[in-house]
Design a protein around this ligand. Structure first.
Ligand code: R5P
Length: 317
């Protein structure tokens, strides 16, 4: 339907783009991205994109606003250069946590960002483990919502942990915890009763389910400041859990996250590379790659073949 496939990268995560390109057997398409002294971004595409199937890989991770703006400017550039189709590949979709008005006088940023991406001229969006699946509906263009579980679960299985229970760190993660428990062999799952005090602090009060003398995998979509996961790990340990592992898709890891993870009673933190660690290293963190998944999805989209077929039986948040 479209001419050739071209894979471009913003500056947020060029390593992931390279990996995706390697899996597709394609070179990364050339674009210049520079910043003016006042902080404005400017781009120039160094390829003929007319009629091409263009994919722009850019997670909107920190620095969120400049990565988002770069994505919008790249989309605009491709549209104005007469690309046949422009797909925004957003492995981590930032601003997702404000997805409803849960109190008066607040914005719905997940919708605002969807409007901006659509208005800039994207024809479709490819993303992984949205904070809430219904954010797909904020876009009036097709959204391919991929799951990270085909990358995470094989690694978790390899750990071969006995007496295992899966735990969700809040009531919002019940579905995810139940799905992981099923895929890990119909094992038990439990939930932590968490209350958010503000953006960086949470309070946990109880655990619903039995974790005593059990090894635990705590599953969540993201670790931001690490408050949720470290508080959850602490109460699980207090309730008698043995070894605690964390499995999460998006390592946002801002503020005190690394310090909290290092202090938490946790053996290992398994994350994906939807977001670059950029030096935020810890001996507890193990990274699995989503590049094979993204490459497969891009290839299927380019060939006009089913994407959901790739994920049958897998689980997402
Ligand atoms: C909450 O609904 C999310 O799934 C995560 O649990 C949360 O956003 C993580 O944030 P933090 O690491 O700052 O507690």
């Amino acid at each position: 339907m479209y001419k050739n496939m071209l894979i471009f990268s913003g500056t947020a995560h060029p390593d992931l783009t390279e990996e995706v390109c390697d899996h597709l057997g394609k070179p990364r398409a050339k674009v210049g991205i520079e910043y003016f002294p006042d902080g404005e971004v400017n781009v120039k595409v160094h390829e003929d994109v007319r009629g091409s199937d263009v994919f722009i890989v850019q997670p909107t991770c920190p620095p969120v606003d400049s990565n988002l703006m770069e994505l919008l400017v790249l989309i605009d550039c491709m549209v104005r250069a007469s690309a046949g189709r422009v797909s925004a590949v957003i492995p981590y979709y930032g601003y997702a946590r404000k997805d409803r008005k849960d109190e008066g006088r607040v914005p719905i940023t997940a919708k605002l960002v969807a409007n901006m991406i659509t208005k800039a001229g994207a024809d479709r969006v490819i993303t992984i483990d949205l904070h809430a699946a219904q954010i797909q509906g904020f876009f009036d263009i097709p959204v391919d919502h991929l799951y990270a579980s085909p990358a995470l679960l094989p690694y978790l299985r390899k750990l071969d942990i006995e007496d295992l229970v899966v735990v969700g760190p809040d009531v919002g993660s019940i579905k995810l915890a139940r799905a992981y428990a099923k895929r890990l062999g119909n094992i038990e799952f439990a939930i932590v009763d968490k209350r958010r005090i503000d953006g960086g602090r949470v309070e946990v009060q109880n655990v619903i389910g039995n974790v005593e003398h059990k090894n635990v995998i705590l599953v969540d979509d993201m670790i931001s400041t690490g408050g949720s996961i470290s508080e959850a790990a602490q109460i699980l340990s207090d309730k008698g859990a043995r070894k605690i592992y964390i499995s999460t898709t998006h390592p946002v890891l801002c503020g005190p996250a690394l310090e909290r993870l290092d202090k938490a009673p946790v053996e290992q933190v398994v994350v994906t590379n939807t977001i670059p660690l950029n030096g935020k290293e810890s001996s507890k963190i193990h990274v699995v790659s989503v590049a094979p998944l993204l490459a497969k999805a891009i290839d299927h989209i380019h060939r006009n073949e089913s994407v959901s077929g790739l994920f049958e039986g897998w689980v997402g948040s």
